[in-house]
Design a protein around this ligand. Structure first.
Ligand code: HEM
Ligand SMILES: *[C@@H]1O[C@H](CO)[C@@H](O)[C@H](O)[C@H]1NC(C)=O
Ligand SMILES: *[C@@H]1O[C@H](CO)[C@@H](O)[C@H](O)[C@H]1NC(C)=O
Ligand SMILES: *[C@@H]1O[C@H](CO)[C@@H](O)[C@H](O)[C@H]1NC(C)=O
Ligand SMILES: *[C@@H]1O[C@H](CO)[C@@H](O)[C@H](O)[C@H]1NC(C)=O
Ligand SMILES: *[C@@H]1O[C@H](CO)[C@@H](O)[C@H](O)[C@H]1NC(C)=O
Length: 250
């Protein structure tokens, strides 16, 4: 059998891998900090090479794969487009999102801080820190608030360059809201832990562990609702109230 005959089926399969079907990334593809966008590229909802993604492709992919409304898709695309260093860009590539301290921030759930080295791809050590705080099989607002607080506290205590801008903060809370309201269930604001673990670890939609696309369309307001709930459930150790009955200096 000729070499080209052996090669032929693989080439055909590769080229014909249908929209929505998972295929692992190739070494020439580009990926970045967002586990969901990497996943959508691995499924061909976004260009499989991860490059030059336009608004139409983004809106269509987020609708087809996740049932995000077109308004929400256009809103998210704006963040992608702004991360492209070219002025007035109309597309972005997944690695444009890696620009540290634009949208990419310290204290991520599954990426180490840029200070420590490679910061754009999944890191099992960091994800283990996060999942140690996933203390139930069903993630809820309180659990993701706790694990998010853990990551930022750990970064602040160990990374001498730790910082968090206003935008970084908004993204950090919003990403945790996205786990509950987009990957999970926007009504109950919960997500099975195995869906999150499967998605982050494999960068593949978690059909194999029972996930289904939301039957309800998901709007920006849905994300905002969960964002606010996580924000109010977050408590770093607060200062104690003033107590004049205790005076240790007397
Ligand atoms: C055009 C659409 C999107 C853009 C431009 C975008 C952008 C980003 C960026 C810049 C980060 C890195 C933040 C960091 O430093 O950790 C990120 C992380 C993340 N994104 Fe997306 N994203 C998009 C869509 C989505 C969707 C639809 C989901 C739904 C589940 C999602 C879930 C997440 C999660 C959970 C993280 C946190 C990863 C971690 O902390 O390790 N993203 N995204
Ligand atoms: C994207 O473009 C295709 C082809 O031009 C069109 O059929 C589709 O409706 C567009 N999708 C969105 C969300 O605009
Ligand atoms: C980008 O947009 C601005 C404002 O719309 C415009 O003034 C500028 O000429 C544009 N730059 C390029 C490189 O197209
Ligand atoms: C993952 O992150 C940990 C903690 O920052 C670091 O020690 C390790 O080298 C990272 N692994 C990779 C492959 O970058
Ligand atoms: C992460 O946790 C799993 C399960 O507890 C363990 O088997 C694995 O060795 C850990 N990996 C790292 C890099 O810490
Ligand atoms: C890190 O912790 C210190 C000490 O508690 C605090 O003053 C500082 O604001 C924290 N940094 C950020 C970016 O939150």
């Amino acid at each position: 059998m000729k070499f080209t005959t052996l090669l032929f089926p693989a080439v055909v399969l590769g080229a014909a891998c249908p929209y929505g079907t998972y295929a692992p990334e190739e070494p020439t593809d580009t990926r970045g900090v967002c586990p969901m966008l990497n996943t959508l590229a691995n499924h061909g909802y976004l260009p499989r090479n991860g490059r030059n993604i336009n608004e139409n492709q983004t809106v269509q992919a987020l609708y087809d794969a996740l049932n995000l409304t077109p308004d929400f898709g256009r809103f998210l695309f704006k963040a992608g487009r702004l991360s492209n260093p070219m002025p007035n860009a109309t597309t972005f590539s997944l690695d444009d999102l890696n620009r540290h301290d634009l949208f990419e921030h310290d204290g991520s759930l599954s990426r180490q801080d840029a200070y420590f080295g490679q910061w754009s791809r999944f890191n099992q050590t960091v994800w283990n820190w996060t999942t140690q705080y996933y203390t139930s099989d069903l993630l809820d607002v309180q659990i993701v608030a706790n694990s998010r607080a853990q990551r930022h506290t750990r970064s602040n205590l160990t990374n001498p360059m730790y910082s968090l801008s206003e935008v970084g903060y908004l993204f950090s809370v919003a990403e945790n809201a996205a786990i509950l309201s987009i990957l999970g269930d926007k009504v109950t604001q919960t997500c099975p832990k195995k869906f999150a673990d499967y998605l982050f670890t494999n960068e593949q939609l978690p059909f194999a562990v029972g996930w289904k696309k939301s039957a309800l369309p998901i709007t920006i307001q849905d994300l905002v609702t969960t964002f606010l709930a996580i924000q109010s459930a977050t408590s770093f150790p607060p200062p104690p109230p003033d107590d004049s009955s205790v005076d240790i200096f007397n």
